[in-house]
Design a protein. Structure first.
Length: 270
């Protein structure tokens, strides 16, 4: 455990429906430090951000959360949608007394961040969307071969397919794992299904123009899980955007291209 990880503070907030929401915060705590909310991908808990979050600890108080259904949060039978996850995030910011934060969401977390910024523009100072899509009929979806690979009955085969979708072979050769982006292994089946439905039914197309925060859109150029063709779609709908593609990177660009991505985000947030 790193010194930074040992200073991670764990707490619990309550959603409007009473669901207990576990969250974690660490990093800078002086009066001038801004808060940075980091939103993880589908069926993942806060450990999704274990490496990259440390790049922001010197300048921000970083806040992660266990989406309902994951980690130490409650795992209710209902309430799984990207809109609800966004309201859960607001409950955590309220619990911390954070009136306005920078927000960085990747994959499904990017979908959640879209709703958060569209519905609560006064709560988001700057927005970073990574490896995500607007959802709905206008989004560019993954191809059939990817869907088939992730629907295999054998867990080991699905894990192997997911690793291949997350990271390029060259990066994997030097990074044997473990990997924090392959899902929360302790999720019950109903919560895992709820996350899948939440991600698959996301459609923020008509709300994206309500986002007022300056927005940075990042994506791996070789991402097959969420195709990079979604980048110009988001950029065309959100008023104030800039974009960047990471050559050769797949879905987890924020790990594979951590040095470059971290600097881009830091420069944008500052």
């Amino acid at each position: 455990m790193t010194d930074t990880a040992s200073r991670r503070l764990h707490a619990v907030a309550r959603a409007q429906d009473g669901t207990a929401l576990a969250y974690q915060h660490q990093g800078a705590h002086d009066d001038t430090a801004r808060s940075l909310l980091l939103l993880a991908g589908q069926a993942n808990n806060h450990h999704w951000w274990d490496g990259p979050r440390e790049d922001f600890d010197a300048t921000h108080r970083t806040i992660t959360m266990d989406h309902r259904g994951t980690g130490a949060s409650d795992k209710p039978q209902q309430g799984y949608s990207t809109q609800q996850f966004a309201e859960d995030a607001i409950a955590i910011l309220d619990h911390l007394g954070v009136e306005r934060a920078d927000v960085y969401g990747t994959s499904m977390g990017g979908r959640v961040a879209q709703w958060l910024a569209a519905r609560h523009p006064d709560r988001v100072r700057r927005l970073v969307l990574g490896c995500t899509s607007p959802g709905g009929p206008y989004a560019v979806e993954r191809d059939v071969s990817v869907r088939r690979a992730l629907a295999r009955p054998a867990p080991a085969a699905v894990r192997s397919a997911l690793i291949d979708l997350m990271y390029s072979p060259g990066w994997l050769a030097g990074h044997p794992g473990p990997y924090a982006t392959l899902g929360d292994p302790d999720m019950p089946p109903h919560a895992r299904h709820g996350h899948l439905i939440a991600s698959n039914t996301h459609d923020a197309w008509e709300a994206l123009h309500l986002i007022t925060a300056p927005t940075l859109i990042l994506h791996g150029a070789e991402d097959r899980l969420t195709p990079p063709d979604n980048v110009p779609l988001l950029a065309a709908r959100i008023p104030d955007t800039r974009t960047h593609l990471f050559a050769g990177a797949r879905h987890a660009y924020f790990e594979e291209c951590r040095d470059e991505a971290g600097k881009l985000v830091q420069d944008f947030l500052s």
